[in-house]
Unconditional design. Sequence first.
Length: 453
Amino acid sequence: MRWKEMPGGFAAFERELHERVQAFERGLIAEAMACADIDTEAITVDGTVYRKVVRAEETYMSAAGEVSVMRTLYKDRTNEAERAIVPMELRLGVVEGFWTPEAAKQAAWVVSQMTPKLGEELFVRMGHMRPSKSSLDRLPKALSDRWEDERLRFEQTLRETEVVPANAVSMAVSLDGVLVPMKDGGATEKRQKTAENGQLTRGPAGYREVGVGTLSFYDAEGEMLSAIRIGRMPEHKKATLKRWLKAEVSAMLDKHPDLQLVKLADGANDNWTFLAKDLPAGIELVDFFHAAQHLNEALGVVYGKGSVQTQERFEDLRFRLKETPDGVESVIRALAYLHKKHPKKTEVLATLKFFRRRRHRMRYQEVGAQNLPIGSGIVEAACKTLASQRLKLSGMQWGEEGGQAILTLRGWSQSGDRFDRAWALLAATYQAEVITMRNVVPFPVPATRKPAG
C-alpha cells in the first residue's frame, strides 16, 4: 500500500497491474494455441496429404502481446516448391502466419483510421500488443488481396445479411469523387510539360480521382437512420463503384420494394448517365447545395464576390429554389435577366445553361415536402472522411493496391456493423479443417552412402 503515499504512485500501480494481467493473458493464449497443435506423422488438408517435417518455436502477435508457441510443420512431399503448413495456424485462423484473429482485427481497424506509425504509438500507449510499424503497414495490403480475390462473393453475402432499419421509408443513392495523390500520377511529367509550354503549374498534378458511393436510409421524418459507404481507387468511369451501387440498390429494393428511391449527385453528366439509365426508377435530384453554389458564384460575378448585394440576392433566390413550387423557374428567369444585362459575363451564361438543362432534377420543394433528402451531403462527407482524411495526409502518395486496402477497411468501419460482418468472412479464409491420418508408416530415411575409394 506504499503507493498511496507516493506522488504518482497509483499510476505506477495501475500500469504494473495491467502488465501483470496482460502477462497472465499471454500465458493462457500460448497454452490454448499449443493445444491446437497436431504432432503426428501425417495430416490431410483439402484432400492433400502433408507429412511432418519439423517442430519449431514461433512467435505470434496476440491482442495481449507476443506469445511463443512450439508447433509442428508439415509439407506436401509431392510438391517440393510448396511452403510448409502449420495445422495449428489453420485450425485457429492465424492471420498471415503472425496475428491471432482478434489481434489482426484490432490492428486492421486501427490502421484504417491512422497511419501505421501512429498506430504503433497508439498500441504502445494503450499497453496491449505492440506491433511494429512495418507489420501494421503490411497487414491491410495482405487482407485486401484476399478480399479482392473473392470480393464479388463476399459483397453478395454482405448484401444478403444487411438489415435495413425497420422504420426506413426511403433510400438515397449517391456517388462522387475526390482527388488523391498517386505514385503513378505522373506529377513530374505534367509539371515538366507545363513548364515547357511557359505556364505556371496549377492544380493537383499527380492526383487522380477516387470514386466514392453511398447508400443511405431515412425515416418518415427525413432523418437519416444508417448508411453504407464504399470507396474505390481511380478507375475509368468508376466502373467497379457503379457495379457495386447497382447491386446494392437492387438487393435492398428486392428486400424492401416499398422503399422510395432517391438519386442524388452533382451535375456531372457521367454520374447521371449511370443513375438515370442503370438504376431502377426513382426520384432524381441534383444536389441542392451544389446548385446553390453555382447560383452564388454567378451572382458574385455580377454584384461582387462576398458583397452585401450578392448575399441578399442569393438568400432570396436560394429560398425560392428550395421552398417554392416553381423555384427553379424563378432562378432561371433571374439568371436570364442578368445575362441579358451583362452579356459579357460568361459565368452567368454558363450557370443559366446549367439550370436550364437540369431543371427537371430541381424539384426541391416538391421532394422536400415529402421529407425526402434533397442534398448529397452524405457522399460529400464520405469523400472527406473515407478518402481525404486518410489518403491526403502530408507527403503521402498511393499505389492502387495500398490505397484500396485502406478504402476497403475504412468503408466497412463507416458502414454500421459491416466491419464485423466483413471481418468474419475474411477471417474464415485463414481457417481450414485438418484431418489427422492414423496408422501412417514413416518414410524410411536412406543411409548415406560413403564415397567410393
